[in-house]
Design a protein around this ligand. Structure first.
Ligand code: NDP
Length: 289
């Protein structure tokens, strides 16, 4: 029996298989387009003719395909071969899709971890690659040594959907933060070159970065100290900004939304609280009193 099987040899799957091989793991590979395995076979991988043969070859089966539909298709093709194996699905997907695959694995007598790669193929096998896993802790413990070869490795929860949740939440953070920066550049751009503004913007974003752990603690404790300013003090600043953006013919929808969020707790008598308290406006179902 081999150490690991990799199903799907696109850019990412090939990088995963190459890394396993470089660390001396006996690796079986399968890809729908068989020729994509040639380079890995030249490096010592064993080529399987079918998905079922590939799955039968090793206790750890890593899947990395385009999307969840592709994963479903190849799992159907592997029949009962997955029984007794641990399926690690590194295909990008949603928390719900991860839970579906976990259920499939359970029904077929297999262990399961969902995984997320936060890196490009060139970073795989280096500490710069961050990988999140979620699912049964026993499955993670059993295969941790092999998975750690791929990069900096975190098991983020027993619920199979947790890794995909982290992935999407982090992507959302990137979108929102970058959009906020673009809004600021659009405002400054009206007055000329935006480049001199960039270092100050970086420092401002860093304030948010530095506060991240404390903000998480405040939300955990549902205690929202004033911080740099109270909601009552934030409101007029936001009003100035809306006016300035309007005068500059810039989009104000997002900022007006922020202002409406700030005004709600002020109206409810919570104006002395800090900005972090807006979490209760963003997620009223979770934070219902
Ligand atoms: P590629 O497009 O390079 O490879 C896709 C792979 O999926 C190929 O092996 C392809 O097979 C296979 N595939 C697609 N549909 C099917 C199917 N119906 N049946 C069997 N095999 C199928 O994608 P990547 O390797 O770049 O990405 C793979 C996963 O990794 C994605 O979910 C992606 O989001 C994730 N990821 C990728 C990153 C990257 O930078 N590349 C970064 C982080 C995550 P064939 O060769 O036959 O077409």
């Amino acid at each position: 029996m081999n150490d690991v099987t990799v199903l799907g040899l696109g850019a990412m799957g090939s990088a995963l298989a190459r890394t396993f091989l470089e660390h001396g793991l006996a690796t079986t590979v399968w890809n729908r387009t068989a020729a994509k395995a040639d380079d890995l076979v030249a490096r010592g991988a064993r080529r399987a003719g079918t998905v079922a043969d590939a799955v039968a070859a090793a206790p750890l089966v890593v899947v990395c395909l385009t999307d969840h539909d592709a994963t479903e298709q190849i799992l159907e093709a592997c029949g009962d071969a997955m029984a007794g194996r641990t399926l690690v699905d590194l295909t990008t997907g949603t928390p719900e899709q991860a839970r579906e695959t976990a259920q499939w694995a359970g029904k077929h007598g297999a262990g399961h971890l969902d995984g997320v790669v936060q890196a490009g193929p060139g970073q795989i096998g280096t500490p710069d690659a961050t990988l999140f896993y979620s699912g049964a802790p026993q499955a993670f413990a059993a295969h941790r040594a092999a998975l750690e070869l791929l990069g900096t490795t975190h098991h983020v929860g027993d619920d199979a959907g947790q890794a995909a949740l982290y992935d999407l939440a982090l992507l959302g953070l990137w979108y929102d933060t970058t959009l906020a920066y673009l809004h600021a550049l659009a405002l400054v751009g009206g007055a000329g070159d935006v480049e001199p503004f960039a270092p100050f913007a970086a420092r401002q974003i860093d304030h948010v970065v530095q506060a991240a752990p404390e903000v998480a603690r405040e939300i955990r404790d549902r205690a929202y100290p004033r911080g740099p300013a109270s909601l009552t003090e934030h409101a007029p600043v936001l009003e100035h900004l809306v006016r300035l953006r309007t005068a500059s013919n810039l989009d104000t929808a997002q900022l007006e939304h922020v202002l409406s969020l700030v005004n709600r707790p002020i109206a409810a008598g919570h104006g002395a609280e800090g900005f972090t308290s807006l979490i209760e406006e963003l997620a009223p179902i979770i934070f219902a009193a």
